[in-house]
Write a protein that binds this ligand. Structure first.
Ligand code: GLC
Length: 423
């Protein structure tokens, strides 16, 4: 009894001190995403940081699409808004919003060296470390193991194989009574997600990466046109026409309900597909995306970083939160429970991480060799270039133009976006 009382007193004292600290602490507003389990996992970690530091964390509600988030942040930054301290930054943004972010070098104290050097380099502009790597991403192919076995098929290595297998299984399942069955779902809404998917098709057909590393506009070529025409052939055949308005979560909704043979998505969809309430739990496999005829498999490099707004009234605490959220311990927890790819190479050798996500090991090369979008070379113009590309791809997918015609127009459009011979 006495021991219990003593415990209670100690507990009360600790809580009392925490209470005092909380009053003395500051409030940090963080923006961390709303796709899948983004909010839930971010909140868990910010709660831990609050309990540790006595500071309060508020969460900013943001849209789902990265293109819309960028629009929101650009408005807030233009107004030098103090309404957000810590911002989630897409891998393609450092060059676009660089002047609004704090240099984290003094706060990181070398911790960035634990992360993939290429991501750190991407986040470093003009010698300033503008964001800490939080998780990395690469497009992968999800497939229904049970259905491929049932129809005697293997995961496809080429887009032609994917098309044939998707059709065979979809037709068979429809005949067997599932009228909602689709062959393949992906992201084809006119937004940044389509840039990612279409770059994978183009690159896997040997069509390059829109603008090459030297700044030359390279997208107007026959392989790229063929890739887009091939993808257009999926619409209304193996993919629903609704895919023209699908983002990541729309595709996941269909696949996770059990209504698609294949899905292109990012790794976050894995842990959700294996959740207790998922109709496809135990029935899903993950492989590298197929290759085009004569090309090789390509995954677009995605991923998110955390940065501190220059207009934050509490940069020291905000930076401390960034360092906590991007730490190895938090990344490990997010990898195990949320299948977020760590940005720390050592975690790809961690037994618990690999057990929860077997494909992190199998597809390690896919993750480290993912194809970057041309964000570094186009700098502040990246979003305009990407928008021109996703619109050109959308025109082909929706049957408004053929690949060749659309890419010829795109070439001129990107040229007019370019400021001078070297961007
Ligand atoms: C994922 C990727 C990000 C990409 C976005 C497109 O969030 O991590 O880099 O821009 O998808 O929708």
């Amino acid at each position: 009894m006495r021991i219990l009382n003593l415990k209670a007193t100690v507990f009360a004292l600790v809580c009392g001190f925490a209470g005092v600290a909380a009053q003395a602490g500051v409030t940090i507003t963080v923006s961390c995403g709303t796709v899948g389990q983004d909010f839930e996992f971010c909140k868990k970690a910010t709660d831990e940081w609050s309990a540790k530091t006595g500071n309060t964390v508020k969460h900013l509600t943001i849209p789902q699409s990265t293109s819309d988030i960028l629009g929101l942040f650009r408005q807030m930054f233009a107004a030098k808004s103090t309404a957000v301290d810590v911002v989630n930054i897409d891998v393609v943004w450092p060059g676009i919003i660089k002047e609004h972010l704090l240099d984290l070098t003094p706060y990181a104290k070398g911790a960035e060296k634990e992360h993939f050097p290429a991501i750190v380099a991407n986040n470093t502009v003009g010698g300033k470390l503008l964001a800490m790597p939080w998780f990395t991403d690469a497009g992968v192919l999800y497939y229904r193991k049970d259905l491929l076995t049932k129809y005697g098929e293997k995961p496809p290595a080429t887009w032609s194989e994917l098309t044939a297998t998707a059709k065979k299984v979809m037709d068979g399942e429809r005949k067997a009574g599932n009228g909602d069955m689709q062959g393949f779902v992906f992201q084809a809404k006119a937004y940044e997600g389509l840039t990612c998917d279409a770059l994978e098709w183009v690159s896997s057909y040997g069509g390059g990466s829109i603008v090459d590393a030297s700044g030359k506009i390279s997208i107007n070529n026959p392989n790229a046109a063929k890739a887009l025409d091939t993808a257009a052939g999926w619409i209304g055949t193996i993919a629903p026409t609704g895919v023209l308005n699908y983002g990541e979560e729309d595709a996941r909704g269909v696949f996770q309900k059990g209504n698609s043979v294949f899905m292109r998505n990012w790794p976050y969809a894995w842990s959700l597909s294996q959740g207790a309430d998922s109709p496809v739990k135990g029935k899903v496999g993950v492989v590298a995306l197929p290759r085009g005829d004569g090309g090789k498999s390509a995954a677009t490099l995605g991923g998110w970083q955390l940065a501190v707004s220059k207009y934050s009234p509490n940069p020291k605490e905000a930076a401390d939160l960034v360092m906590y959220l991007t730490s190895s311990a938090v990344q490990k927890d997010r990898a195990i429970r949320g299948s977020y790819n760590p940005t720390i190479p050592a975690l790809y050798k961690d037994a618990d991480v690999l057990k929860a996500n077997p494909f992190f090991g199998d597809l390690y090369n896919t993750f480290v060799n993912a194809v970057p979008r041309p964000a570094t070379v186009t700098g502040v113009k990246y979003n305009e270039v990407s928008a021109a590309f996703w619109n050109a791809a959308h025109d082909v997918l929706s049957g408004k133009a053929r690949g060749k015609e659309s890419l010829e127009k795109l070439d001129g459009k990107i040229d007019s976006i370019r400021r001078g011979p070297n961007w």
